[in-house]
Design a binder for this molecule. Structure first.
Ligand SMILES: [Zn+2]
Length: 337
């Protein structure tokens, strides 16, 4: 994805928070999160960062996963079978697309549906393809090689697989669609060419598998696994899905995850949510994406061969995974947005 514009600093209101561990009759790994200001208690399953990391390692074990490559095909098959084994109804949305440099791709968006017959739904999303180039790599000899993409692709998918597992073990009445977009990261990094990115989300936005009126909102995860990640309120998210963005960051603060979820506005990113929100489907969708510093975009491993398992940190996965899990379970309880 591509990075734009600057940041504005906001002041933070800090709220008190209480966590109480609780033994659920059905599952001993549930947390009960008490939010005093809202005067409610919601039982939220505990998100396992170690398991999410294992899901990332499995993707990386297929090697680079550029759309159309062998690693991509193998990873796609594995993802489909994983989601099926976790109780989802899976749609493989096949499409052809042409990249900015005239490569024709056969691509597939993977859609995993939980409670497919329920009308009221939210979407959780990530891209699963990896970048065909390493244009930011310090070694110029290796800049035209594809990257492993542990963080850039692997991490968002890993978190969503773990959430899928929680949905299977702790069912909810609401419908959840996990949408893994393909061909996000085949974009043109040299020219201002936003439409060259997010090819899978552009296709999906024009050809959605469900009706717009049945989806309340979407959450996109991209690069959510690196050590010391910082998630600022991304520019398009705060401008076009303001209430949702502020609610999620406030919840993260209640949950003491504000070392990761920074209460301040970051740059606007042309990522999959941009096409879903601004183009055809026009659904509020926020992007949780690591922007570790104002001056260095997405961190030193971004689009380099340094994006491997060594950058992945369980604490970051747990922060993102636990907050998104809380959103899902609170929303299903009609206690979120
Ligand atoms: Zn990327």
């Amino acid at each position: 994805m591509k990075y734009y514009s600057s940041k504005t600093i906001f002041f933070i209101s800090i709220f008190a928070i209480f966590f109480t561990a609780c033994k659920n009759e059905n599952s001993s790994n549930n947390q009960e999160i008490l939010i005093p200001q809202e005067n409610i208690k919601v039982r939220i399953p505990k998100f396992d960062g170690k398991a999410a990391k294992e899901f990332i390692a499995k993707q990386v074990s297929f090697g680079t996963r550029v759309t159309g490559s062998k690693g991509h095909q193998e990873c796609k098959n594995w993802l489909t079978s994983q989601f099926k084994s976790l109780g989802a109804e899976v749609i493989e949305q096949n499409f052809t697309t042409t990249t900015f440099n005239n490569v024709k791709l056969n691509a597939t968006n993977i859609i995993a549906r939980f409670n497919p017959n329920v009308q009221e739904r939210i979407i959780l999303s990530a891209h699963y393809d990896t970048r065909p180039f390493a244009e930011k790599d310090p070694n110029p000899m290796r800049q035209s090689d594809p990257i492993l993409g542990a963080d850039d692709a692997g991490s968002g998918v890993g978190v969503l697989l773990e959430i899928a597992k929680l949905l299977q073990r702790n069912p909810i009445p609401m419908g959840v669609d996990i949408v893994l977009f393909d061909a996000e990261d085949y974009g043109d990094s040299e020219n201002n060419n936003p439409e060259s990115w997010g090819l899978g989300s552009q296709f999906w936005s024009k050809n959605p598998h469900l009706k717009r009126k049945n989806v309340k909102y979407g959450i996109l995860l991209d690069m959510v696994g690196a050590k010391d990640a910082k998630f600022y309120k991304e520019g398009y998210s705060i401008n076009y899905a303001k209430a949702l963005t502020n609610k999620i960051w406030k919840l993260a603060s209640y949950m003491k995850k504000d070392d990761f979820f920074i209460n301040s506005i970051g740059g606007a990113i042309t990522d999959d949510h941009y096409f879903v929100m601004m183009k055809d489907f026009k659904m509020p969708m926020i992007d949780i994406i690591n922007m570790p510093s104002e001056n260095f975009g997405f961190g030193s491993h971004w689009h380099t061969h340094g994006d491997n398992m060594e950058v992945i940190d369980i604490k970051t996965l747990e922060a993102v995974g636990q907050v998104v899990t809380a959103v899902v379970y609170k929303e299903s309880n009609k206690e979120f947005l």
